[in-house]
Design a binder for this molecule. Structure first.
Ligand code: FDA
Length: 305
């Protein structure tokens, strides 16, 4: 219930104004957001990669309804990628892109063209792009875009959400040689008609999906902080005799940082999803929705000062 309410609030202009202008929101936001500028992102990326972690960078600014904003987002990604290339970070840091940030709500073809420009910049910098998965209504369009983009950029990463009833089908379709696939549980409001709503069911679906991806020929990117699922991932890598460089774990910046370092110290590849930018509201609300304790912490920090 609380999760649904927070996800609804993530799309509400009124709630947005309240949260964004509340005093001291910034302290809580900074736990999950790496900063506001490219410099902030570059600093955090340098620090994390220096510690042996991999990074994927997300420029906040989803659900753009304005062509100029979409263009500005593309330009920002291109600048970021040039910066990563110039710093020699292309092999350790990639970008995550939301089609809704580059015009999907205006025109699917425009978003595809814009995503292609970001992929081109990534290629020039020796790195890759993963297309984040968003609302359930956009899943088919997103998978079509992955398919289209992979004609020119075979290393474009896809994302599968295990809360979707069709997740196993998506995994089977995408578990082919060279296919980079991030598996996550799913962070958006999703109706029972298309998605599991019970946590246990979502977790069981995650395990079934992981089995398909780990048994397949692709490159699984296991995005979860869930200790049980991470343990099962390790067991599956042994079962399928996967070397450490044939799959990776992924976690969000600010969440279970110790675990990220522990896995990396054991020789696993661990990529940290680093979001930055001024347009943090929706991303932040999804993080609150994932864990009621975050909301309590947030409310306490507002009330306690
Ligand atoms: P779960 O929510 O069950 O959490 C397991 C444990 O992790 C918790 O008990 C807690 O310890 C910790 N934890 C989880 N979330 C936390 C939080 N917000 N704050 C503090 N602790 C927390 N979703 C999507 O729909 N599309 C996408 O493209 C992506 N991309 C993506 C990339 C990466 C790298 C990650 C890690 C996640 C995503 N997600 C996503 C989000 C994902 O769908 C999911 O909402 C979160 O990862 C939380 O689910 P867990 O698998 O961590 O399990």
């Amino acid at each position: 219930m609380l999760r649904q309410a927070l996800l609804v609030a993530s799309r509400s202009g009124g709630a947005r104004r309240v949260v964004e202008t509340a005093p001291f929101t910034g302290d809580v936001v900074r736990r999950f957001i790496a900063g506001e500028t490219i410099e902030d992102a570059a600093d955090v990326t340098g620090r994390l990669t220096g510690e042996g972690l991999l990074v994927t960078l997300d420029v906040l600014g989803e659900d753009t309804h304005d062509k100029g904003r979409a263009e500005a987002n593309v330009a920002h990604y291109v600048e970021l990628l040039e910066r990563l290339g110039a710093a020699g970070l292309g092999t350790r840091a990639e970008v995550s892109l939301k089609l809704s940030a580059v015009g999907q709500t205006l025109d699917e073809d425009l978003a595809l063209e814009n995503a292609g420009r970001v992929c081109e910049a990534a290629r020039s910098s020796g790195t890759t792009v993963t297309l984040d998965m968003e609302e359930p209504t956009t899943v088919d369009a997103n998978l079509r875009a992955v398919h289209e983009l992979r004609r020119d950029f075979p290393d474009v990463g896809a994302v599968i959400q295990s809360y979707l009833r069709r997740a196993e089908e998506h995994c089977a379709e995408l578990a082919y040689e060279g296919s980079r696939v991030r598996l996550c549980k799913g962070a958006y409001a999703a109706p029972a008609a298309v998605a599991f709503t019970d946590k246990e069911e979502i977790d069981r679906s995650y395990v079934r999906c992981m089995k398909i991806l780990m048994a397949g020929k692709g490159y699984p990117m296991l995005a979860t902080h869930d200790p049980r699922l991470i343990e099962i991932a390790g067991a599956l890598s042994v079962l399928h005799e996967r070397d450490a460089d044939t799959f990776e774990y992924q976690m969000l910046y600010g969440i279970r940082s110790q675990e990220q370092r522990r896995l990396a110290a054991e020789g696993a590849q661990v990529r940290v999803y680093v979001a930055y930018g001024r347009d943090w509201y929706r991303y932040f609300m999804r993080r609150l929705a994932e864990r009621p304790a975050n909301l309590r912490f947030f409310v306490r920090s507002l009330a306690g000062r």
